[in-house]
Write a protein that binds this ligand. Structure first.
Ligand code: BES
Ligand code: MN
Ligand code: ZN
Length: 465
């Protein structure tokens, strides 16, 4: 899909011209007003569409009236969702050239238009033997060139992340993630099992023990001259989470190829960062492994030693993400960065609390957390702060080690957060639990089912701020 910025969308020769209608109002298109609004009483409720042929009386073959709903309820998020809706409709009709003409929208919609169009255009059909090419080839819109080009790059990174998280675990192995990282053309170091042993990553390595696919620790670095700030982004990279010996029931295991969505996000961000050339040094870190119940698997009761020397009693082998992140956080804190941000499909509890509509965020620095929440809001994601009170550590106290990796069922997202905090030292840190938002079992708003590329938009916008 190619987005072309034009001065007058209604003069473009296209298969479809999309025009908007606020609920109860008219559109800017005479044909639409005559047939859809007046004759057929089309109201323009949010997300509704009305299709009308032009029979050669206009440069476009059809007009698609797109309901924007009540003007007072309208916002950039609604705009993006509506755009996605119309793009999907145009794809169903196998339109190749689609022009968009918006009126009465009182914000700069260039970025949200582009995001909506690209998110809707996404498919994961590489394993379908019969592929249907119903992608729109050219899109015409009156928007700012700069906004469109920026969002286009972010959308590309999102699609990159979605592809990775949608990829079955049989292919998206730790070694495969490492090779993808290596191919991004950044300054990248891959540590194998022996090197991780030397670094003392006993928590990360324990998780990977039960799989025949060896763990890989990935460190990518983007740098520039005189960076204004240095940050590290860490993505949970469990390529498959069977639960380990504390094995998951079948229904919970079904989507667990997505347990590397944090890693996919980090790879997505790192895949595009050079094209933005920001004045920020960015480290992308992934402790990639599989959580499997093989003969060498780590066991409940085992006591692990993390990179910072802290000992962890394994209470539940299914609380594996925090173990891999513990070592990744220690590693990141030694890089001398100003901020560390981790993204992880970490807890079912976060998903229970917030559903698929928001990621949980917590951290040790109010300004960083609020900045991320605000950035997310502006670019169409939702982060919701959860507490990190020390009391949540009570249930993680161990009789035989410094802590346990899981405890009470209650407040599980915050307990995971305080666990992670034990491995954070002298740095501003935020933890984003994307368990609910990374992967959809059913379509939701502009997304089809499957991976959503959670975090990519927000992290890139945050880095570019
Ligand atoms: N990867 C899961 C969390 C998850 C659940 C992500 C559902 C996406 C959807 C994580 O490793 C896990 O198994 N967490 C356990 C922790 C518990 C054993 C303390 C959980 O949330 O049940
Ligand atoms: Mn697990
Ligand atoms: Zn997991």
């Amino acid at each position: 899909m190619e987005i072309k910025v034009v001065d007058n969308a209604s003069a473009v020769e296209a298969d479809i011209l999309v025009v908007n209608q606020f609920e109860g109002e008219k559109t800017t298109n005479d044909l639409a007003n005559k047939y859809a609004v007046e004759e057929d009483n089309f109201k323009g409720k949010f997300g509704e569409t009305y299709l009308l042929p032009t029979y050669g009386n206009a440069p476009y073959r059809k007009v698609l009236v797109l309901g924007f709903g009540k003007k007072e309820d309208f916002c950039p998020n609604k705009f993006r969702e509506a755009v996605a809706k119309s793009v999907k409709k145009a794809m169903q009709m196998e339109a190749k050239k689609v022009a968009f003409l918006f009126e009465g929208v009182d914000f700069d919609y260039s970025e949200q238009f582009t995001m909506g169009a690209f998110i809707a255009d996404y498919k994961f059909d590489k394993y379908k033997s019969e592929k249907k090419d119903n992608h729109i080839k050219e899109v015409f819109v009156q928007a700012s060139e700069q906004g469109v080009r920026k969002a286009e790059k972010i959308a590309t990174a999102m699609a990159f992340a979605r592809n990775l998280a949608n990829e079955p675990a049989q292919f998206a192995t730790p070694a495969e993630l490492a090779s993808i990282a290596q191919d991004l053309g950044l300054d990248t170091k891959i540590y194998d099992k022996e090197e991780c042993e030397k670094m003392g990553m006993g928590a990360f390595l324990a998780v990977g023990q039960g799989s025949i696919n060896e763990p890989k620790f990935i460190h990518m670095k983007y740098t520039c001259e005189n960076p204004k700030k240095k940050i590290a982004i860490i993505g949970k990279g469990i390529c498959f989470d069977s639960g380990g010996l504390d094995i998951k029931p079948a229904s919970s295991m079904l989507t667990m190829k997505d347990d590397m969505s944090g890693a996919a996000c980090v790879l997505g961000v790192m895949s595009i960062i050079r094209e933005f050339n920001p004045q920020v040094e960015v480290h992308g870190i992934i402790a990639a492994c599989e959580n499997m119940p093989g003969g060498k698997a780590y066991k409940p009761g085992d006591i692990l030693t993390a990179k910072n020397g802290k000992t962890i009693e394994v209470d539940n082998t299914d609380a594996e993400g925090r173990l891999t992140l513990a070592d990744a956080l220690c590693y990141a804190c030694e890089l001398g960065v100003d901020e560390v941000i981790d993204l992880a499909t970490l807890t079912g509890a976060c998903m229970v609390a917030l559903g698929t509509h928001a990621a949980g965020i917590m951290g040790n620095d109010e300004a960083l957390v609020h900045n991320l929440i605000e950035t997310a809001k502006q670019c169409g994601e939702r982060f919701w702060e959860l507490p990190l009170w020390e009391e949540y550590f009570d249930s993680l106290k161990s009789d035989v080690a410094d802590m346990k990796n899981s405890g009470s069922r209650w407040g599980g997202a915050s307990a995971a957060g305080v666990f992670l905090q034990k491995f954070v030292k002298d740095v501003k840190w935020a933890h984003i639990d994307i368990a609910g938002t990374a992967f959809l079992e059913k379509p939701q708003k502009e997304f089809i089912s499957g991976a959503t590329g959670a975090g990519v938009r927000t992290l890139l916008n945050y880095i570019l701020k």
